[in-house]
Ligand binder design. Structure first.
Ligand code: SF4
Ligand code: SF4
Length: 141
């Protein structure tokens, strides 16, 4: 029988609740993210890191605003740096670790109301692998 889970939209639809932009979960920024976001907000990368990032181990994470959300989160506009948001924000929820550990999908679903639970692993892994590859292709243009 043909699977009913074929496309990304079959397994996830963002509800724009903003929960994933809330709290110190650590939105990591790569060096590439830093360059893109700094350019988008007309800052130089060093100033961007000093003003908008915290250190978490050896990596930079976006700092939080006074309301406890990501510094770039706005309750009306949602992500104010949407076109250049960090790789990890763009990738969500089609993250590579799901290809190896599909059982984590339902755990992610308990924190993200846009994720549909109990997707057959075969379909889930296929969709995530494709989306993840698409994103990497775009990022490497
Ligand atoms: S937690 Fe999930 S549904 Fe809510 S804004 Fe983030 S991605 Fe969308
Ligand atoms: S960069 Fe945008 S999508 Fe990512 S956590 Fe901040 S507000 Fe949310």
């Amino acid at each position: 029988m043909d699977s009913k889970y074929k496309t990304p939209a079959d397994i996830f639809k963002c509800q724009l609740c903003g929960d994933c932009c809330n709290g110190f979960g650590g939105t990591y920024v790569t060096d590439r993210d830093i360059l893109k976001i700094a350019s988008f907000i007309n800052a130089d990368p060093t100033t961007f890191v000093a003003k908008y990032c915290d250190q978490s181990g050896s990596r930079h994470v976006l700092t939080l605003g006074t309301n406890g959300s990501c510094i770039f989160f706005d309750t009306e506009k949602q992500c104010t740096i949407h076109p250049v948001k960090p790789y990890m924000c763009k990738a969500w929820p089609y993250i590579k670790t799901i290809i190896k550990n599909p059982e984590n999908w339902n755990i992610m679903a308990s924190a993200c109301p846009g994720i549909k639970k109990d997707i057959p692993y075969k379909d889930l892994k296929q969709i995530v692998a494709l989306e993840s590859q698409k994103l990497d292709n775009l990022e490497n243009l």
